[in-house]
Ligand binder design. Sequence first.
Ligand SMILES: *Cc1c(COP(=O)(O)O)cnc(C)c1O
Length: 459
Amino acid sequence: MELPFAESWKIKMVEPIRKSTREEREQWLKECDYNVFMLKSEQVYIDCITDSGTGAMSDRQWAAMMMGDESYAGARSFFNLKETITRITGFEYVLPTHQGRAAENVLFSYLVHEGDIIPGNSHFDTTKGHIESRKAFAVDCTIDEAKDTQLEHPFKGNVDINKLEKVLKEQGDKVPFVIVTITNNTAGGQPVSMQNLREVNVLCEKYKKPLIFDSARFAENAYFIKTREEGYADKTIKEIAREMFDLADGMTMSSKKDGLVNMGGFIATRHKDWYEGAKGFCICFEGFVTYGGMNGRDMDALAVGLDENTEFDMLETRIRQVQYLASKLDEYGIPYQRPVGGHAIFLDADKILTEVPKEEFPAQMLTVELYREAGIRGCEIGYILADRDPVTRENRFGGLDFLRLCIARRVYTNNHMDVIAAAIKNVYDRRHEVKRGLKIVWEAPLLRHFTVKLAPAGE
Ligand SMILES: *Cc1c(COP(=O)(O)O)cnc(C)c1O
């Protein structure tokens, strides 16, 4: 018989996790103001709040940590990292930062000015935050198919070329660059096809605009290109990644995702003037240009992580685990953003808690219900995250309302996936009993979802 699929690694070190009782969780929900970001991790049984910085490093990465050069300037670890990044991306200029949003902060300090318009495909929340805090505007040009969660589309993260051209044609003078997020996190970890990246590149050349990739999950994106797009089946992940980056002028990277490290980020570009323009901000906000907020040892671990995670076996293990969880949900008939993306399941709260009005944040309520059910922590990617319109200050209810369940890299087994699926089923089976959601008691003016305080609506 054909052998079943199994992980491309074995486990060398484990960390105990603890279950809790429903009574404990009820109490903890009150104490955290129904915002799971405010829970202690010991109060969580299976943590799916993010795949960011939560992965397990390999033995090779831990070994590399021991070789870290902690010199303030010119550390060997930096040159190791830079050589790896240049080899994978082709970008010659590299600035390390302590995480992805710091890369955005440094690069956007140089490139983004008040009144600018930055089109792209569903900007990530920190990306949007760094644009809007500079009184500039993020324009979402994602394809409409991404809004229909039940529609199957192999590259649901794609940019709508017509929408993008309209922005460039009508307001091109205000556009400093176009940013494409690979994979498209906000739309459900959905990939962007090479064909689409090529079309965006052609448009950018036509309107003489640089193209930046927000590259947090570029390796997962390359995996989808290899497995779904015609002509790529025989190419390696590294070849595909290089072909992608050949279409861009530069990248921001959260190394906490496809870099397989717990903290880190960087900017890489082919333009010397961007490097020269951004480096002062790096020194000011992050650190000297050869460490920019990272330890030497962490740069070495990242260099190894980037290499490991641009290998097919690693990505296949990871993405097939996410697909395994999705297949369980299919068995139970639970609606999520289809087809499942690379790093997470995005449950369609609108279609699950159908009786909770949108003003009471159904996806946040679903997050609370799943935690209450089994101590599983997900994250709302919906109306609370969408925040308020910067001008009208109205809640933005125009997008999708998801409960995102991220799968950490190399951390949980498929038994954990079975527990997650069963817990979701239990919540789904009693979905009609949930008629009210949550109300906001306090919120921050920017990036409110991290610290928002909520209470049951109608109480
Ligand atoms: C995580 C992420 C960021 C921000 O990176 P941090 O390391 O969390 O600061 C930016 N863009 C995308 C697409 C991300 O997933």
